[in-house]
Design a protein around this ligand. Structure first.
Ligand code: GLA
Length: 673
């Protein structure tokens, strides 16, 4: 939890999560009683789209920012693309209520008040959102709405507010679901009583499984803690929100939090995955970046109409996971016109081949095959039934698939990639890789040609043919390439890129699409026993901040940890990680055992932290600590890794989210011959 807003949320969470279960029956009764009163507001029939300032500006919100954003919505085409709500988050008010007990907008930040700001936003054909809290104070310490619901809802209505995000800090809760229902229903009823249509967004961070009850109270509900602008956060929120598909429906949506697209902490590939999956999950699309500084790449993501159409599809069905193995997920969404949207989502750190079929995603049989639109390439293809791609690490190939005989005029969908898993090459040595191109269409792909490129200074040459005049449906062109890596090349993973070009049988069907691959340049550990923290790792991913060598995980910058301490014992060596985490080492078949003492660092003693430590040898589990908690100190862990090419040290969140999961691989050492 590296940022203040999260700490505030978690301090409160500590008291809420104890004894929070077991009151479902009481809760259900309350929900039924208030159901008709609270939710049938006819709003958010498709997930809300717009902007919220928090992710990019924190407390630096102002009338000027909101007005500039509204202007930009109009001038940039965002409004035309469906973005409507311009939402103010925390810190918009003064620290005290007025003599009549009403909230007071900060006169410096909002010289025209919320009313004047709303009038401006409305004059642009847009809507205004605001933030409050179901507690005595907001997360940033401004007056909360608990026990002031009617007064505050009336202020919002009088000002012309169209959307309320209702947070959960400082809530004085007894931690029961009944209490959550009472606090959130009170505001829902108060909004209803004003008679103004106001979208009601519950922000209780998934603490009381709001998907089970909030559909009767409001229009959307946060399912997790706060998002942050890094891959670990995106991945864990996605994993938590995907299984909740059954609870979403028009007017009632799961909310995995606002968008981070454009904020700089992730790659464009990761941001495209973010936008793809949020749309597949019917999430609200609330832009969370400074639009005045947005790059073309950011705007191209936010304005992708094909992807937005999935989010806004009138059927309102959240995507479900069809298959998931080793980080390769097939996620499918049913659409109103009978099409299926298919996300081939690679949450792993290497390129992965991901495949499914039209039949498996629920489409009816079709002798003439299917039309497949690649929603990021903006191109139509034809498939006889297979849907497959080699997807880059953290990437998503997003397809819209339907029956359409005219697709036979489109080029065949091809499945092209280099190798499967990461291939290892030692500096100063060479190795062969294999590129394959398979025609998944009904008709041949013509003039197929493959090119492969490696980082500059490396040599790459084909060992066989790289082109073919016609590649019939269901046939594969395989090319072996030899790659030499210069001596002295730094260890690490390097992309192999390339293109496959071909055309279909119809006119104007020339295609040039990218080939994704990756090699790892790696040096095996020396003979004898070495501390892992003294060796270069091949890859490392971590829930918060970077993996630390010889300290615990401090959550943000590199080097911010403390001495590794488990059960009162301080360890000079080891790795400090934060769940979910994977650290991989290249062992080249030459190592035999791995030993460590594992546990939650004493800096999180008696917290919510709980994790599981796993060791994988070439993907096969060879050691498992079981779930360890913040009260149990260090546990010895030994793994037989004989013959493995790659060893992975994995820490999962123990099944309860990754709050306080500071995990130590204390004294971790590897023995090689
Ligand atoms: C909580 C919410 C965030 C944001 C902040 C504002 O952490 O979950 O989305 O609104 O409060 O203080």
């Amino acid at each position: 939890m590296p940022i203040p807003r999260r700490i505030i949320a978690c301090v409160t969470a500590g008291t809420l999560w104890t004894g929070a279960l077991g009151l479902a029956a009481v809760g259900a009764g309350v929900a039924t009683a208030s159901q008709a009163a609270a939710v049938d507001n006819g709003l958010a029939i498709t997930p809300p789209m717009g902007f919220n300032d928090w992710n990019a500006f924190g407390c630096n919100v102002s009338e000027q920012l909101i007005k500039d954003t509204a202007d930009y919505f109009v001038s940039s085409g965002l409004k035309a693309a469906g973005y409507t709500y311009v939402n103010i988050d925390d810190c918009w008010m003064t620290h005290t209520r007025d003599a009549d007990g009403r909230l007071v907008p900060d006169p410096v930040k909002f010289p025209d008040g919320i009313k004047g700001t709303a009038d401006y936003v409305h004059s642009k054909g847009l809507k205004l959102g605001i933030y409050e809290d179901a507690g005595t104070a907001t997360c940033a310490g401004y007056p909360g709405s608990l026990d002031h619901e009617a007064t505050d809802a009336q202020s919002f209505a009088d000002w012309g507010v169209d959307y309320l995000k209702y947070d959960n800090c400082n809530n004085k809760s007894d931690g029961t679901r009944a209490d959550f229902l009472r606090r959130y229903t009170a505001m829902g009823d108060a909004l209803k009583a004003t008679g103004r249509p106001i979208v009601y967004s519950l922000c209780e961070w998934g603490q009381q499984q709001p998907w089970e009850w909030a559909g009767d109270v409001g229009n959307l509900w946060r399912t997790t803690g706060d998002i942050s602008d890094n891959w670990g956060s995106l991945k864990s929120i996605t994993d938590a929100n995907l299984p909740l598909a059954a609870y979403a429906k028009p007017g009632a949506w799961n909310d995995p939090d606002m968008l981070e697209v454009g904020n700089g902490g992730m790659t464009d590939t990761e941001y495209r995955t973010h936008f793809s999956l949020w749309s597949m999950m019917n999430a609200p699309l609330l832009i969370g970046t400074d639009l005045r500084k947005a790059t073309q790449a950011t705007m191209d993501i936010l304005l992708n109409k094909d992807v937005i159409a999935l989010d806004q599809d009138p059927l309102g069905k959240q995507a479900t996971v069809l298959s998931s193995a080793g980080g390769a997920q097939v996620v499918v969404k049913q659409l109103a016109n009978g099409d299926r949207a298919v996300a081939l989502y690679n949450e792993s750190d290497q390129p992965q081949h991901i495949a499914t079929t039209a039949k498996a995603v629920g489409l009816p049989a079709s002798g003439a095959g299917y039309r497949v639109r690649d929603l990021w390439q903006h191109r139509d293809y034809q498939s006889a039934g297979s849907l497959a791609a080699t997807v880059p690490a953290h990437g998503t190939v997003l397809l819209r698939v339907g029956k359409d005989v005219r697709a036979l005029l489109d080029p065949a969908l091809v499945d092209a990639g280099v190798g499967g898993a990461a291939l290892h090459i030692q500096p100063g040595k060479g190795a062969d890789v294999t590129a394959t191109v398979t025609d998944l269409g009904t008709l041949p792909a013509l003039n197929v040609a493959v090119k492969l490129t490696a980082p500059s200074g490396w040599s790459v040459r084909p060992k066989g043919r790289t082109s073919v005049v016609a590649l019939p449906g269901a046939h594969t062109l395989t090319t072996t390439w030899h790659i030499d890596v210069p001596a002295g090349t730094d260890t690490g993973t390097y992309p192999l890129s390339g293109t496959v070009s071909y055309s279909g049988v119809g006119p104007h069907t020339a295609v040039s699409s990218p080939l994704a691959g990756q090699v790892a340049v790696a040096v095996p550990p020396p003979a004898g026993t070495s501390y892992l923290s003294d060796l270069p790792w091949e890859s490392a991913s971590n829930g918060w901040g970077p993996v630390e060598r010889d300290t615990s995980n401090g959550e943000t910058a590199a080097g911010d940890g403390r001495p590794i301490t488990l059960g009162g014992t301080v360890y000079a060596k080891g790795l400090g990680v934060h769940a979910p985490s994977t650290v991989a080492y290249y062992t080249a078949g030459g190592c035999t055992s791995l030993n460590a003492t594992v546990g939650i660092d004493d800096e999180k003693k008696n917290s919510k932290g709980s994790v599981e430590f796993l060791v994988l040898a070439d993907g096969k589990q060879v050691a498992d600590s079981g779930v360890v908690t913040s009260t149990t100190g260090g546990h010895p862990l030994t793994a037989d890794i004989t013959g493995a090419q790659v060893v992975q040290l994995v820490v999962t969140d123990g099944g309860d989210g990754n709050d306080s999961d500071h995990a130590d691989w204390a004294g971790a050492a590897i023995t090689c011959s």
